[in-house]
Ligand binder design. Sequence first.
Ligand SMILES: *[C@@H]1O[C@H](CO)[C@@H](O)[C@H](O)[C@H]1NC(C)=O
Ligand SMILES: *[C@@H]1O[C@H](CO)[C@@H](O)[C@H](O)[C@H]1NC(C)=O
Ligand SMILES: *[C@@H]1O[C@H](CO)[C@@H](O)[C@H](O)[C@H]1NC(C)=O
Ligand SMILES: *[C@@H]1O[C@H](CO)[C@@H](O)[C@H](O)[C@H]1NC(C)=O
Ligand SMILES: *[C@@H]1O[C@H](CO)[C@@H](O)[C@H](O)[C@H]1NC(C)=O
Ligand SMILES: *[C@@H]1O[C@H](CO)[C@@H](O)[C@H](O)[C@H]1NC(C)=O
Ligand SMILES: *[C@@H]1O[C@H](CO)[C@@H](O)[C@H](O)[C@H]1NC(C)=O
Ligand SMILES: *[C@@H]1O[C@H](CO)[C@@H](O)[C@H](O)[C@H]1NC(C)=O
Length: 500
Amino acid sequence: MRASVDSISKLLYITILLLIITISTAVDIINTTQSIKDGDSMASADGSFKMGFFSPGSSKNRYLGIWYNKVSVMTVVWVANRETPLTNSSGVLKITGEGILELLNQNGSIIWSTNSSGSARNPVAQLLDSGNLVVKEDGDDDLENSLWQSFDYPCDTLLPGMKMGRDLITGFDRYLSSWKSPDDPSRGNFTFRNDPSGHPEQILTENSIVRYRSGPWNGLRFSGVPELRPNTLYKFEFVFNDKEIYYRYQLLNNSILSRLVLTENGNLQRFTWTDQTDVWAFYLALFDDYCSRYALCGAYGSCDITSSPVCGCLKGFLPKVPKDWDMVDWSDGCARRTALNCSGDGFQKYSGVKLPDIRKSWLNKNMNLEECKSMCMKNCSCTAYANLDIREGGSGCLLWFSELIDMRQLNENGQDIYIRMAASELDHDVDVRIDSKSNKAKQMRIIVISVVTTGMLLLGLVMVLILWKKKQKKGSKLFNLQKLTIFLSHCYFSTLNCDL
Ligand SMILES: *[C@@H]1O[C@H](CO)[C@@H](O)[C@H](O)[C@H]1NC(C)=O
Ligand SMILES: *[C@@H]1O[C@H](CO)[C@@H](O)[C@H](O)[C@H]1NC(C)=O
Ligand SMILES: *[C@@H]1O[C@H](CO)[C@@H](O)[C@H](O)[C@H]1NC(C)=O
Ligand SMILES: *[C@@H]1O[C@H](CO)[C@@H](O)[C@H](O)[C@H]1NC(C)=O
Ligand SMILES: *[C@@H]1O[C@H](CO)[C@@H](O)[C@H](O)[C@H]1NC(C)=O
Ligand SMILES: *[C@@H]1O[C@H](CO)[C@@H](O)[C@H](O)[C@H]1NC(C)=O
Ligand SMILES: *[C@@H]1O[C@H](CO)[C@@H](O)[C@H](O)[C@H]1NC(C)=O
Ligand SMILES: *[C@@H]1O[C@H](CO)[C@@H](O)[C@H](O)[C@H]1NC(C)=O
């Protein structure tokens, strides 16, 4: 009798202990017999990210999402049912025997689910420390073998390790799309993606209209985004081969969090969080200045943020509709001063520029600049050529077959382009800076510097002469060149001892 009471209390004790353990250990994985209800959550193994149900802003709707777990400000990085909100808190997430994630509403209907092709034996869903929700075969930690991952379906946030770009074989596209508003995570007006036609460039669109473009990847950076450069926070890569094309970054120090977000207003911003500050600190905005607006200056126009007005025509081109240019409407762009004559044309080099829109261009990774030039020369509709990659003296070939749109002057952050011009417009010796104003400014600077330097030298000489004269008063009054030379060299070699 006594023994059985003992064993019952022991059993009870063990059950309670087990219960406490299951409650307190963060679950980072569920299998087909488990589910996540509204109110439950799942945390990644190191506690960096959490997944559960939330209501954004002032909304009453419920969404399944992933957010930073160690940050005191609720920051959602991914939403599952962004287009199909739950109206009350009876949502449930399950994983089926086929490895499909299903989100069910109050009456048990599926309101959101994942796509996965293959079949699975023992599928599980796990939230990784990177913030990636992965469906996989239990025990198989190779991401390559995963059945599905949330990193393939970005919302408005690009986290470290996420690929942004395209699988060139299947056509599958991973891109950012803004929320509609802080209260509504459904797709807003803006997207940021690799050029859908497969060029190595990124574009930001508003309701499918291009607003900003990065310029082509030149081996080091995007041609028009000098802000994206090696830094102490993260490293980035751009992969561009036959299989895929994507941009990705990784943090250099994992104790500093950082995310890239496409906001509902179409701003592309990077924020960082350090535990000392307790706020998301603004780090960088891309496409932030006036000149980054797509095609602001029209065809054959170029934007220079240091000029006023910012738009100008390339050398050898004139405003197409001068009246509009006077009214600060540059969209008509510029036209050639001298028409092309196919056989007699040449190429003018322009330095320090953001390369123009490449959507109607042709590229080859293996050609050199000479081959590129002759290829362009042969075809009368080729308007310009440039190196694709600027590393190690340059390689690869980009050819344009259309008007040149969306160029800007970036000076030392820009690169070279060779534009087809009528022979009479060619400028043989000098590389042309697009904006003659900045050239003038440079000349002006040189003149000012020379004048100031000469003036100071003269002043110095006069003072030395005065001092020398004073000294001479004590002795001989005769002008003695030898004495002056000795005096000057004395001054020169002991600058501090020149006062007499
Ligand atoms: C699911 O996980 C629970 C807890 O780890 C375990 O008891 C159960 O056997 C698992 N079910 C399957 C089908 O693997
Ligand atoms: C959700 O709504 C359904 C039907 O409207 C209701 O039966 C259920 O109790 C609600 N659940 C919660 C948690 O409020
Ligand atoms: C689910 O329940 C709501 C009311 O709670 C009802 O309006 C809706 O039609 C139901 N949906 C389905 C698919 O049964
Ligand atoms: C799921 O697959 C279908 C058919 O292949 C496709 O039309 C749909 O867009 C896919 N959905 C997602 C979220 O990938
Ligand atoms: C999105 O575009 C629509 C249609 O042009 C417009 O009515 C709406 O105000 C835009 N929303 C935002 C947040 O810009
Ligand atoms: C990472 O950042 C933390 C916090 O700023 C700092 O204490 C630590 O030394 C850094 N680690 C490295 C390897 O730089
Ligand atoms: C083009 O230029 C060549 C050589 O300068 C000249 O002989 C030819 O007449 C020109 N053709 C046209 C159509 O202007
Ligand atoms: C010149 O290039 C265009 C565009 O690629 C092409 O359609 C045309 O056939 C080419 N012409 C010649 C003569 O190669």
